[in-house]
Ligand binder design. Sequence first.
Ligand SMILES: Nc1ncnc2c1ncn2[C@@H]1O[C@H](COP(=O)(O)OP(=O)(O)O)[C@@H](O)[C@H]1O
Ligand SMILES: [Mg+2]
Length: 259
Amino acid sequence: VKTFRVHLAPLKNASGTVGVVAVLRDITEIRELERMRTEFVANVSHELRTPLTSIKGFVETLLDGAVEDKLLARHFLDIISEESNRLSRLIDDLLSLSHLEEKDASVNKVPVEMDKVIANIVSMLQPQMKEKNLDLEPVIAGNLPVIMADRDMMGQLLINLLDNAIKYTPAGGRINVEAVPAQQGIKVTVRDTGIGIPEESLPRLFERFYRVDKARSREMGGTGLGLAIVKHILELHGGSIEVNSELGRGTVFTFYLPA
Ligand SMILES: Nc1ncnc2c1ncn2[C@@H]1O[C@H](COP(=O)(O)OP(=O)(O)O)[C@@H](O)[C@H]1O
Ligand SMILES: [Mg+2]
């Protein structure tokens, strides 16, 4: 379906109107961008309001007297604390995303040794993996080229993919990270033995706020923005990403970055 904006003007000569001039402008794309913007604002408002509503509710209950019951009060305060953390994660992710979407997003390209970044992030996430009894030993090719990239963004990219692998893999599972040279750059694979993603969800996975299972993502503390951020970081570096998944068996994300 296409949308046109039509301007009509009468065509006149000495004897009067002899015809009409029609100017058609294809505004399909503009309309689509407007629609996406409106939808995004609605999504953001909803995502921000949900934790806020919960915080307000529990604060009111406390003020109404629940504060006298020490045990109950403590329970409500735990929820309030958790919901505030969610709000601040959301705001952090929204700021990252808007920063990445700026026209000339500042990418501070420096020589990056990806094996070092991977080792860093893996050790950072070790406590979370230990808690779920997940195993991870990165496999790095010896001849991995140094790439020109923004170091912080490379860290963010790996955190977001590994955080998902950890969240969506049941205890006792396995996560693999592999980095090899490929097409004048590098290819990094993040593989897990987790719950997998249904085929029909794959095309929408990198959309902002898209989740396969809203309740599960929420329970895990997700914002639904992690993969949108991943996609933007790769675009800014001239890279790309692919995903393969089998429901109940696991997921593989593979990204490429030029050297
Ligand atoms: N490794 C994975 N295994 C299973 N599902 C995943 C994995 N990575 C991402 N997903 C799905 O993609 C959705 C979007 O991911 P993301 O943008 O990181 O948001 P979230 O904050 O929910 O983690 C998740 O909600 C989840 O449904
Ligand atoms: Mg995530």
